[in-house]
Design a protein around this ligand. Sequence first.
Ligand code: NAD
Length: 497
Amino acid sequence: MPAKGYNNLIGGKWVPSRTGKTFPNVNPARHDDVLGEFQASGAADIDAAVKAAAEAWKTWRLTPAPARAVILYRTGELLLERKEQYAREMTREMGKVLAETRGDVQEAIDTAFYMAGEGRRLFGQTTPSELQNKFAMSVRMPVGVCGMIAPWNFPMAIPSWKLFPALVCGNTCVIKPAEDTPLSTFNLVQTLIDAGLPPGVVNIVTGFGPEAGAPLVEHPLVRAVSFTGSSEVGRIVGQTAAAHFKPCSLEMGGKNAMIVLEDANLDLALDGALWGAFGTTGQRCTATSRIIVHKDVIRDFTEELVDRAEALRLGDGLDPEIQMGPQINRQQIETSIRYCEIAKKEGAKILTGGKPLTKGAYAKGHFFAPTVVGKVKPGMRIAQEEVFGPVVSILECSSFDEALAIANNIQYGLSTAIYTRDVNRAFRAVRDLEAGITYVNAPTIGAEVHLPFGGVKQTGNGHREGGTGALDFYTTWKSVYFDYSDKLQRAQIDTGE
Ligand code: NAD
């Protein structure tokens, strides 16, 4: 049976790409399972989608925010009803286990309800004027057409972080999902449509980065760009947006450190390390990829982590017994292989894993053994560069201060964790770790949607998704003055002093 065909969504209509080309969406655990054929779009498709979004903006921006929010509430309710179906499709599309894809859909549900609540807030400020008979306030205004580019590892949650705040703020959107996971974005947007979203308010154009992503960033009618993905691509997107003076939110890579001090609850730290390093097959921007362990406990900790990694059950995430799914594609497997080779050459030691699994039940998928790398030094490439796979490095420290220094000696700054029972050191870590997120006695993964999400240094450019930071990106401030004195009053001059 031929794979189901999916078209772009432009101005409320499902239309094929003008390129006439498509690409398959393949299950990374079973290559004979093709979820569908999607449009390999180009600049002409982006142009049509952006124009449709600009047209829809004329009315959407005038729709009261509480009415926009009603659509998000309904979307959250419909997503709840469809959670299991969408989670199963997501596991087939990107490989992570069902418990995690249910969590991914849940994150979209949480974001829908949280952002729907903003429909009756979106607060501005009123403040006294310095002049008599004059009223001053600031209000949030929508930005206009927003271009959104998403990665594949949270294929519904991340699009929801972008779309829902943008919509409640009164913007219209063109989203280009990652080429590996378009179906989950379709499911999300179909739910918005079923909840009553008018045509053209959200448009989907599928395709590859240079052909479909780049024209979206460049399009003159796109007023703001939200990108999540690698720092390498983020640099290109950010530079292009800057050349057009467009606001641009960049959420990029990580090399997240977990510190385990000598007074830590080791069992708890091990639970956290296993989940942080191998949850989502290590393919989270917040994945634990460096564990900095005090010398007094490093031996016990490492031995036990290796045992637990070897006991993980790998396979198709639809099977409830499975704990870790495949990597997303062949390229990611090659990256994991390459970094294990680099680590060995630099003098580190592969304590377990380090290779793809290609036989028997694994033959049809992109599986890589959970990998623990020992004898890692802070300057090694394996300790500095993002692998984005199930590969975790263990580094030794002799003191708390040294642990902090190792953790901060990195170009990224997304998530960090510290395991200790010493409240003083925990607070110092919160103050001194250079990262957008710090967990105490919990792993580096597990963000909640109502808190700001993002990083410092080469992880981000200062914006935040989640929390009220998202509203700041998707609105622009307007200051408003009403003079009811019936005469010219000059600020700074006629203040009556
Ligand atoms: P990627 O950078 O390869 O691709 C991300 C998106 O950018 C895709 O949709 C892709 O098609 C598009 N793209 C590629 N080239 C482009 C170009 N020239 N112009 C415009 N768009 C282009 O990243 P990925 O492999 O999909 O995702 C993995 C990366 O994402 C990791 O580095 C991970 O850390 C990061 N990530 C960050 C966060 C965060 O919030 N900080 C969250 C998830 C993933």
